[in-house]
Ligand binder design. Structure first.
Ligand code: PMP
Length: 421
C-alpha cells in the first residue's frame, strides 16, 4: 500500500498542528504509522489521497449511520447551503430536528442544540448542578464525555489510548468535584452516595460504554443507577452521544427501558455535521436561559446546515427495518470473526478485544493486548479495512454496508489474524 501523498501531508501537518491532527484519536500514535488522509467517502467506502480504498467501520467515530455522502443528506445540505449558512436567528429545521428527537426519546420533553458532544455533556452537568444545587458529580473510569475540564478525569477514548486519562491543566479543586466509580459496579456507586449524602448533583454514564471499547451494561446496572439517583435526589444523565439513534430508535434508554433525567446526544443527530444536544424533563430544562438562571449559548447552535443534515438522517432512520438491517449486518460480522477473538457488540457497535476472557469492566478492558491490536489494525488497513486506530474505541456498521462488504471483511480479518499468529 502506497501512502506517498499522505506521508508528505502528515509531515507538513506535524509542523503545523500538535501531532499533525485536530483530534488526538486520529493521530495513529498508539498504533504507529501514517494516517491516510481521506479524500472522499461514498457509502461504506472511503478513499485516501493516494487512491487506496477502504471498507470503513470508523463511520467518522459514529455519526455516519447512513454511510458516507448519503444522497438524502447531501441533497438537504445543498438546499440549506443555497439558502444561507448561518443567521444567528431561529430557523424551521431546528424545530423539525427537535420534534424528531423528542418524538423518539420520551425522556426528552425539551432540548437545547449545541455544536458538539463535549458542549452537550458540559452543559448537562451544569444543568444538573443548577437544578439540584449540589456540586459533585459521579462519572465512570473509562467513560468519555468530551473534553470539558471536570470530565477529563479518568476518561476513556484518547485519554485511555494515549495514557493521559486525567488531563494536565485541570485544577485540582475542579477535579475534586468529580467522583469516579467503576462501570458495571453498582457497589462503587453506592459507596460514593454513602460518603457524600445530599452532595452529588448527578451521575453521568455512557449506558453502553463505547470509549473503552464497547462494554454493555450488565443486568441490573442501569436500573441500579436509576434507583440510587432517585433515592438521593440526584440527576441521572445518560450520555447517548454514541448510542442515541445507534442502538435503536429510542437509544440505549429505549433498549434497556430506563428513563434518565437528562440525556446528551451528538454524532448521528448531526448527520456528520457538528451538532450536540442536551435535553430532559420540562421542569429541568426550564432552568436554562432565557427561561432560567443556568446560562448556556452558542453563535452557531442550531446552524441550518448542521440541523438539515440531522433532520435528513433521522428521517431516513424512521424507515421500517433500518435498525434490524444494521444489527443483522453487525451480527453477521461479529459471528463471522467471533471464533477468533473476543467481541463485544450492542446493536451495530462493536469492539474486538485481544483478551481471552469476558470484557465487562475497565480492568478487563485493560487486560487486552493493545500492542497486538496495533499490529492487527495495520494488517487490516493493508487489506483495505478501516477500523479505529485504538483498542479502546468502537466500530460501527452503517446502512450502506452490504452483505458482500461484511463477507469480504470477515475474510480479511481471518487473514489478518492468521498473519499475527
Ligand atoms: N460523549 C461520548 C459518549 C462520546 O463518544 C464523545 C465523542 N467521542 C463525546 C461525548 C464528545 O463528543 P465531541 O467529540 O463531539 O465533543
Amino acid at each position: 500500500m502506497q501512502l506517498t501523498k499522505s506521508e508528505a501531508l502528515f509531515a507538513e501537518a506535524q509542523r503545523l498542528m500538535p501531532g499533525g491532527v485536530n483530534s488526538p484519536v486520529r493521530s495513529f500514535r498508539a498504533v504507529t504509522g501514517t494516517p491516510p488522509f481521506i479524500a472522499s467517502g461514498s457509502g461504506s467506502r472511503v478513499v485516501d489521497v493516494d487512491g487506496n480504498e477502504y471498507i470503513d467501520y470508523l463511520g467518522s467515530w459514529g455519526p455516519l449511520v447512513l454511510g458516507h455522502a448519503h444522497p438524502s443528506v447531501v441533497a438537504a445540505l445543498m438546499r440549506a447551503a443555497e439558502n444561507g449558512t448561518s443567521f444567528g436567528a431561529p430557523v424551521e429545521q431546528e424545530v423539525e430536528l427537535a420534534r424528531l428527537i423528542t418524538g423518539a426519546l420520551p425522556s426528552i420533553e425539551s432540548l437545547r442544540l449545541v455544536n458538539s458532544g463535549t458542549e452537550a455533556c458540559m452543559s448537562a452537568i451544569r444543568l444538573a448542578r443548577a437544578f439540584t444545587g449540589r456540586d459533585k458529580i459521579i462519572k465512570f473510569a473509562g467513560n468519555y464525555h468530551g473534553h470539558a475540564d471536570g470530565l477529563l478525569v479518568r476518561a476513556g477514548s484518547g485519554g485511555l489510548t494515549h495514557g493521559i486519562p486525567t488531563s494536565a491543566g485541570v485544577p485540582e479543586s475542579y477535579a475534586s468535584e468529580t467522583l469516579v466509580a467503576d462501570f458495571n459496579d453498582l457497589d462503587s456507586v453506592e459507596q460514593l452516595f454513602n460518603s457524600y449524602p445530599n452532595a452529588i448533583a448527578g451521575i453521568i454514564v455512557e449506558p453502553v460504554a463505547g470509549n473503552m471499547g464497547v462494554v454493555g451494561p450488565t443486568p441490573g446496572f442501569l436500573e441500579g443507577l436509576r434507583r440510587v439517583t432517585a433515592h438521593d435526589g440526584a440527576m441521572l444523565i445518560f450520555d447517548e452521544v454514541i448510542t442515541g439513534f445507534r442502538v435503536g430508535a429510542g437509544g440505549a434508554q429505549g433498549l434497556y427501558g430506563i428513563m434518565p433525567d437528562i440525556t446528551t446526544l451528538g454524532k448521528i443527530i448531526g448527520g456528520g455535521l457538528p451538532v450536540g444536544c442536551y435535553g430532559g424533563r420540562r421542569e429541568i430544562m426550564e432552568r436554562v436561559a432565557p427561561l432560567g438562571d443556568m446560562y448556556q449559548a452558542g453563535t452557531l447552535s442550531g446552524n441550518p446546515l448542521a440541523v438539515s443534515a440531522g433532520v435528513a438522517t433521522l428521517t431516513e432512520l424512521r424507515k421500517p427495518g433500518v435498525y434490524e438491517q444494521i444489527d443483522r449486518l453487525a451480527t453477521r460480522l461479529t459471528d463471522g470473526v467471533g471464533a477468533a477473538f473476543r467481541i463485544n457488540r450492542v446493536g451495530s457497535m462493536f469492539t474486538g478485544f485481544f483478551n481471552p476472557g469476558p470484557v465487562e469492566s475497565l480492568a478487563e478492558v485493560e487486560q487486552s493486548d493493545a500492542t497486538k491490536y496495533g499490529r492487527y489494525f495495520h494488517a487490516l488497513l493493508e487489506r483495505g479495512v478501516y477500523i479505529a486506530p485504538s483498542q479502546f474505541e468502537a466500530g460501527f456498521v452503517s446502512t450502506a454496508h452490504t452483505e458482500a462488504d461484511i463477507d469480504a471483511t470477515i475474510e480479511r480479518v481471518r487473514e489478518a489474524l492468521a498473519e499475527l499468529g
